[in-house]
Design a protein around this ligand. Structure first.
Ligand code: MD6
Ligand code: FE
Length: 216
């Protein structure tokens, strides 16, 4: 099944439910998009984007960096969270207040009060980059939701079930959209299809995602 958020004729769709604990808040970050992107540009001067390696020795197709007290890291030893950027050997830059507020507010709107993320993974997808189906299970507490903010080029988010083979829905994500998933949907498989090359007026040929989690 394909859920097309953007074909609603009266343009009134604000929130799409993907499950009891999973919602898309369409365009929710749009008023903040310029400021969010400016923060990403400042953050990448401190901790640059890099393409991480997987335990299997593959290079991930998107480039990543982090802000907040913990950063998500993938290397030859697998996935983990750490306070130190292995490239700069310095702590990840602090999470900008705008990021923390947006994550907390959107989690609340989606039914998860008191979300206090300590980790924000920032991914940059150039045309063709993708993320295969996976679960997010490196966090200590699955009681907190995950919030993802999309900026730049359109992408298709794949949202599956609790086993990899479950059917997935294809959710188009555009600049300013926010996805929140938690509760019984917290461990659902998800991924990002190869990003098509449709340059965005503000960001050009890239998609940036901000993924907020309570990791520690
Ligand atoms: C995204 N990222 O970049 C979604 N999950 O839009 C993820 O789902 C993700 O990049 C776990 C670890 C790294 C990731
Ligand atoms: Fe994930």
């Amino acid at each position: 099944m394909t859920l097309d958020l953007f074909s609603d004729p009266d343009g009134c769709v604000e929130r799409l439910s993907l499950g009891p604990g999973a919602s898309v808040l369409r365009g929710r970050a749009l008023p903040h998009a310029d400021a969010l992107f400016a923060e990403v540009c400042a953050l990448e001067r401190h901790s640059p984007f890099r393409r991480m390696t997987t335990a299997g020795g593959h290079t991930m197709s998107m480039a990543s960096t982090n802000c907040g007290s913990l950063g998500w890291i993938s290397d030859r030893n697998g996935y983990h969270y750490g306070a130190i950027d292995p490239e700069t050997r310095a702590p990840w830059p602090p999470m900008p207040a705008l990021f923390a507020h947006l994550a907390r507010d959107t989690a609340l709107e989606a039914g998860f009060p008191e979300f206090e993320p300590d980790a924000c993974l920032i991914n940059r997808y150039l045309p063709g980059a993708k993320l295969s189906l996976h679960q997010d299970r490196d966090e200590r507490d699955f009681g907190a939701p995950i919030v993802t903010v999309s900026l730049g080029m359109d992408a298709v988010f794949l949202f599956g079930g609790h086993v990899r083979a479950d059917k997935t829905v294809r959710v188009p994500l555009r600049h300013g959209d926010v996805v929140v998933w938690g509760g019984e949907d917290r461990l659902r498989y998800h991924g990002v299809m190869a990003v098509p090359d449709h340059p965005h007026p503000l960001l050009g040929r890239q998609r940036i995602s901000l993924t907020f989690r309570k990791a520690g």
